[in-house]
Design a protein around this ligand. Structure first.
Ligand code: 5AD
Ligand code: SF4
Length: 462
């Protein structure tokens, strides 16, 4: 069934995956490619060369569904053009929009063959077979009793040599039900992978040369996996075990909830040099009234206190966060409390959004929706302050010597590029053979979103 437009051998089929949204979607896209590989699917860059196109969607903020339908319109044209050449194209919609709007997609875009929610990727080969046979649409957005992690094959471990950083999903779903958020409805309840399977995947990654692993989960610090000793392990215990894997020198985790920043995890930041001093800890608002309305389960001072404790044990810890302005009921005073929290905490980096109502969530139907122009003005003010803090944080590194993990070539010839402990991209002049090593770099300049520096010496960090 390989189309004449593909350059693949006849037994091979082209797969083109379009990924929107969070890092979990990036990971899921890689795993969907993994489960389809035994069926002969190989990645192709152009959708025109693909026998199957997967659109992995994100529902978290504005106009998600409309964006999906407009992209599907484009894919439909490709499918029709290929059909004229006698080639079949399976179109699958995956991810959170698929979960939330499955039926709507099949009604409005009947040329879509497969709709699958994030919990059913392990059933993808079967769905593909059914879609190819029947030509009819297949929808699977259940939250099955079996765990998808138990059914997915091992991640195709040695991703191409030369990958020194990797994502590893350890936890999925959320049952915190923040007033504004669709995740509990699209990703389902919290579930964690077993410690054994996480460690096995991490070991394979390390053996293939990965030095830095980012553990992923919607609520990653709520991790509660079954331990090899039969007890339930939290993230701190898992991080301690991961830190013993030879070759793994850097660990990160994202996204965390302040409610789950327990003492053990805070102490892990004291005890494990591999835990990078950069933490994404969304706070959303600095107003206790709004935090309550958001159902966040903590106050602004409790957040300040967590940050203080983290910095006590790891003084170089920098923070990143998410903010929402214009949640229903947010007054000027509430917004000022958010600005005050930002001034008090100081963030190295942040994402900020205007509240957008998600159908089916409690806040969407709440009274006192905030007018769009007010949201705009608040977002501008908040982003200006956050930008100032980010610039100051980057500027403060100029003149310092910091460890950089080199991951690839730089933009200019003769340059190599890597990342700092705080995830800033760093460029230096240096030979390619240093790629894959972690080396001290003296930072000499701050660019808009990256840093420039010079290699101090060619000694590898321990
Ligand atoms: N409106 C605006 N921002 C939202 N987020 C989640 N849901 C919404 C919404 N309805 C933001 C939150 C979250 C980040 C991933 O997206 O800040 O932490
Ligand atoms: Fe959404 Fe809140 Fe769960 Fe985060 S903690 S995924 S914002 S419901």
């Amino acid at each position: 069934m390989t189309g004449s437009t593909t350059a693949l051998s006849p037994s091979r089929r082209g797969l083109h995956v379009i990924t929107w949204g969070c890092q979990m979607n990036v990971y899921d896209s890689a795993r969907m490619s993994d489960v389809l590989r035994p069926l002969g699917y190989q990645s192709v860059d152009a959708p025109e060369a693909a026998d199957m196109i997967i659109l992995n969607t994100c529902h978290i903020r504005d106009k998600a569904a409309e964006k999906v339908f407009s992209e599907l319109g484009r894919l439909r044209k490709i499918k029709e053009a290929r059909k004229e050449e006698g080639a079949q194209t399976i179109i699958a919609v995956a991810g959170c929009v698929a979960q939330a709007e499955g039926q709507e997609i099949l009604t409005r875009a009947p040329y879509v063959d497969i709709v699958l929610g994030p919990q059913t990727y392990h059933r993808l080969p079967e769905m593909v077979a059914r879609a190819a046979r029947a030509g009819g649409a297949v929808i699977d957005t259940d939250f099955p009793a079996e765990q998808k992690f138990d059914f997915l094959p091992d991640a195709a471990a040695p991703q191409t040599p030369g990958n020194y950083t990797a994502f590893l999903t350890i936890q999925e779903g959320c049952d915190k039900f923040c007033s504004f958020c669709v995740v509990p409805y699209t990703r389902g309840a919290e579930s964690s992978r077993s410690v054994a399977s996480v460690l096995a995947e991490a070991r394979r990654m390390a053996e293939s040369g990965v030095k830095e692993i980012s553990l992923l989960g919607q609520n990653v610090n709520a991790y509660h996996g079954e331990g090899p000793d039969g007890t339930v392990w939290g993230l701190a215990q898992l991080a301690n075990a991961l830190a013993t894997i030879p070759g793994l020198s850097r660990l990160r985790y994202t996204t965390s909830h302040p409610r789950d920043m327990d003492d053990a995890l805070i102490n892990a930041h004291r005890d494990l040099p591999a835990l990078m001093p950069f933490l994404h800890l969304p706070v959303q608002s600095g107003s206790d009234r709004i935090l309550r309305a958001m159902n966040r389960g903590h106050t602004a001072d409790e957040y300040r206190d967590i940050v203080r404790r983290l910095r006590d044990v790891r003084p170089d810890l920098a923070l990143s966060s998410d903010f929402i302005v214009g949640h229903p009921g947010e007054t000027d005073e509430d917004f000022e409390a958010t600005m005050q929290l930002v001034r008090d905490v100081t963030f190295a980096q942040a994402y900020s959004f205007k509240y957008s109502p998600r159908p089916g969530t409690p806040a969407a139907g709440a009274p006192l929706q905030v007018p769009e122009d007010v949201k705009d003005a608040r977002l501008q003010a908040l982003q200006a302050l956050l930008r100032q803090q980010q610039d100051a944080f980057n500027a403060a590194l100029v003149g310092q010597t910091i460890p950089v993990l080199f991951t690839g070539e730089g933009r200019k010839p003769g340059q190599i590029a890597g990342r700092s402990p705080w995830l800033q991209p760093v460029h230096v002049s240096g030979p390619r053979h240093l790629i894959g090593q972690e080396l001290p770099v003296r930072i000499t300049e701050r660019l808009t979103n990256s840093l420039g520096g010079t290699l101090v010496e060619e000694t590898v960090y321990a």
